[in-house]
Design a protein around this ligand. Structure first.
Ligand SMILES: Nc1nc2c(c(=O)[nH]1)N[C@H]1C(S)=C(S)[C@@H](COP(=O)(O)OP(=O)(O)OC[C@H]3O[C@@H](n4cnc5c(N)ncnc54)[C@H](O)[C@@H]3O)O[C@H]1N2
Ligand code: MOO
Length: 392
């Protein structure tokens, strides 16, 4: 058994960032920007009015002054000339401020009559002009790598980019194995159970930016597994579920060996998740997850998501942890790092009473994992614990 941190480091060394592809802005949400984007122009590209009103010179900005209106500037239709003493230009929000003008007065603060205006209101401090480059200048960068959020996409568009360079989504083949497994929705014959892990992991992989695909369930035979591994051809990452332990029907390591796997490790000092294995095969990284549903999902959070992030060019780092006071006592831990299903309530973290790694109902009630280091002594209520958030 190797420690969790060592297993994660070995996993990171099995993968590298995937190539870059270009996607239109409308397909960019949640993708990882591969390199910094430089603004193709300043925003705004010209001094722009922030209000509907009149552009004029500072020297003419006197309460009671009467100015001649010599034209107008609307968004998309700039005033071509230049503004002189005693003159004003009718202007609208977003329109270029004419040459010679220093400020914009709101139309509520003037009285218009024919082609002149009287400045009736008090003259305010604000000029109501957004100078060219107020938002960003030519060449300013949207930094990478980053997961593109709606605000990033708006900024990239404003910077003049119609397509964005993003890292290709990792293609992840999910391979569940077990003679007892049937797909959800099918009636159960004696001894059968519903395959659930594939779907939880499918969701987790998609949420992390991967492109998951479910392979047919493999039976507990070397031939069945060999056929499934063949279907995984072309994947960037192959994730198996179940058959990872030591029983007579736990054949994944053997079948992966027959398919040419170069195993980096098998067995990790963690609870749940001990039978985890990883290596490289068929030009892809391979992670063999334990079959117990909560073990598979915990390993998904602790290993799979960080590995997908590294493949997406994001920093290779463990799942983020925070510290939080325990709502109740914890007994001493054994030699494996313990990931306890828990709830965060009132700024404290509450371990759930049942920790069997087969209980998906408990996992669904959890929003956090408490991480108890190997060999940790008992903890009292209020003591600080390390916590991984499960829901964002
Ligand atoms: N003698 C030992 N027995 C076991 C050990 C051990 O060290 N020595 N380790 C235990 C631990 S820890 C775990 S975790 C399990 C996991 O073993 P496997 O990876 O071989 O998993 P399976 O035996 O195939 O399945 C375990 C359990 O999970 C169910 N399962 C499997 N796949 C799915 C799926 N896709 N969806 C839903 N449920 C699934 C399966 O029916 C079993 O009930 O081994 C312990 N044993
Ligand atoms: O470690 Mo197993 O993963 O107990 O459930």
């Amino acid at each position: 058994m190797i420690p969790v941190s060592q297993a994660l480091d070995q996993l990171f060394s099995l993968v590298s960032p995937l190539p870059v592809e270009e996607v239109p802005l409308t397909k960019a949400l949640g993708r990882v920007l591969a390199r910094p984007l430089a603004a193709r122009h300043a925003q705004p590209p010209f001094d722009a009015s922030a209000m509907d009103g009149y552009a004029l010179r500072d020297a003419d900005a006197q309460q009671g002054a009467q100015l001649r209106v010599i034209g107008q500037s609307a968004a998309g239709h700039p005033f071509a000339g230049s503004l002189g003493a005693g003159e004003a230009v009718r202007i609208f929000t977003g329109a270029p401020v004419p040459q010679g003008a220093d400020r914009v007065l709101l139309q509520e603060d003037v009285e218009a009559h024919g082609d002149s205006v009287t400045l009736t209101g008090a003259i305010p401090q604000g000029r109501h002009i957004r100078p060219a480059g107020n938002d960003f200048s030519l060449g300013d960068a949207l930094e990478a790598p980053r997961i593109l959020a709606p605000a990033d996409i708006a900024l990239a568009a404003a910077m003049g980019h119609a397509v964005l360079p993003v890292i290709r989504r990792p293609d992840v083949a999910i391979l569940a194995t077990g003679d007892e497994l049937v797909p959800p929705g099918r009636p159960l014959a004696p001894g059968q159970i519903t395959a659930s892990n594939s779907y939880g992991l499918h969701a987790l992989i998609a949420q992390a930016g991967g492109h998951p695909r479910l392979l047919p369930i493999a039976d507990d035979s070397l031939e069945g597994l060999a056929q499934s591994f063949a279907l995984a051809q072309g994947a960037d990452l192959i994730v198996t579920i179940g058959g990872a332990s030591v029983g007579d029907h736990d054949l994944v390591a053997q079948a992966a060996g027959a398919a040419g796997v170069d195993l980096a490790f098998h067995k990790v000092a963690m609870r749940p998740g001990k039978p985890l294995m990883a290596g490289r095969m068929q030009g892809a990284a391979m992670i063999g997850l334990p079959g117990n549903p909560v073990s598979a999902m915990v390993c998904g959070h602790v290993f799979l998501v960080p590995v997908l992030r590294a493949m997406l060019g994001l920093p290779a780092a463990p799942a983020p942890r925070q510290t939080m006071p325990l709502a109740e006592a914890l007994p001493a831990n054994g030699p494996r790092e313990h990931y306890l299903r828990a709830r965060i309530e009132g700024g404290q973290v509450q371990p759930l009473p049942r920790q069997d790694s087969a209980l998906l109902s408990v996992l669904a009630q959890s929003d956090a994992l408490i991480v108890q280091p190997p060999g940790a002594g008992a903890s009292a209520p209020g003591e600080m614990a390390q916590v991984i958030a499960l829901r964002s």
